[in-house]
Design a protein around this ligand. Structure first.
Ligand SMILES: Nc1ncnc2c1ncn2[C@@H]1O[C@H](COP(=O)(O)OP(=O)(O)OP(=O)(O)O)[C@@H](O)[C@H]1O
Ligand SMILES: [Mg+2]
Length: 283
């Protein structure tokens, strides 16, 4: 079984990520691997002061010890290993994700500016790492019994749906499959005909089709098919207030090959009130 990997950098948000990752590792019977990526690049000063190199390594060890303590405090039976890896955090974490059951990070880290919502490392791995990347905010998570999955009406969201079913089953939670749609906006063309009822029915059929596989695989998971009018980011952010986890794909219908994350995924990362899993297909 693959490890649950969590990235830590000594920040409070990364400790929240450790707590989330511990819970999920224990729930799934996986081991927890805590990783600190030591980036020596910004400290070229070590060329002049070799002692600083050791100091950075000691700092890394302390961050890992603190994280391991937090994991054991959360669950004393968790199987946990720690590791210092050298390189650029976003790249090293991305390659860790390839071998992991999932990669867990905090929304923010030690750097950045005060009002930044999602840090660059989290944003990078959410946009590039294969498989599920869970971005955890620094808030308490009392279980609410619901996993929300954002459903596009394209097969791009199938890996996200598979992960959402797995998570709902593991937690004994309800799965809310949420699809929000909006009529197109054409300026100065008020009389362009389009049938709202037909659109709704079409969307409902598409969503039901995408859920069929998961329903067959996880007959014990209660599913709510929630198809509604509205902006997807707004609808998903609102649903996140009552959710334990919000699961989305990395791209949908509007996929621009140049954009690493679709606009809905990016919007959700900025506005969600609960941990968000961005699921990118493997390979
Ligand atoms: N060096 C690192 N090693 C391991 N994980 C890291 C490292 N840096 C960041 N992370 C992970 O990424 C999360 C978000 O940190 P990130 O660096 O993206 O935000 P930030 O420090 O607030 O802003 P900035 O983009 O300026 O660095 C952290 O909570 C942690 O889980
Ligand atoms: Mg940082």
């Amino acid at each position: 079984m693959k490890d649950v990997v969590v990235g830590v950098d000594g920040s409070p948000a990364s400790l929240a990520a450790v707590v989330w990752a511990t819970d999920d590792a224990v729930r799934s019977g996986a081991s927890l691997r805590v990783v600190f990526v030591l980036n020596r690049d910004p400290y070229q000063i070590t060329r002049f002061d070799p002692g600083l190199g050791d100091q950075l390594a000691r700092g890394a060890e302390r961050v890992l010890e603190e994280a391991e303590r937090a994991a054991r405090a959360r669950d004393r039976d968790v199987a946990v290993t720690t590791r210092v890896l050298e390189g650029r955090p976003s790249e090293v974490l991305r390659s860790q994700a390839a071998e992991a059951a999932e990669l867990v990070v905090g929304t923010r880290g030690m750097g950045g500016f005060a009002r930044l919502v999602v840090g660059s490392v989290s944003m990078h791995v959410a946009g590039h790492a294969p498989g599920p990347v869970v971005v955890v905010p620094q808030t308490a998570f009392a279980p609410k019994g619901e996993v929300v999955a954002g459903v596009d009406d394209t097969p791009e969201c199938l890996p996200a749906l598979a992960y959402a079913f797995e998570q709902a089953a593991r937690r004994g939670a309800t799965l809310r499959a949420l699809h929000a749609w909006e009529p197109p906006v054409y300026p100065f063309a008020p009389d362009i005909a389009y049938d709202a009822e037909q659109t709704r029915t079409d969307r409902q059929t598409a969503v039901a089709g995408l859920l069929a596989k998961g329903r067959a695989e996880y007959p014990g998971v209660r599913v709510i098919e929630d198809v509604r009018r509205g902006h997807p980011v707004e609808a998903l952010a609102a649903a996140s207030e009552r959710a334990d986890l919000l699961v989305i794909g990395s791209h949908g219908r509007g996929a621009l090959t140049a954009a690493v994350l679709g606009s809905v995924s990016r919007g959700v990362l900025h506005h969600a009130k609960c941990p968000v899993a961005v699921v990118r297909p493997r390979d």
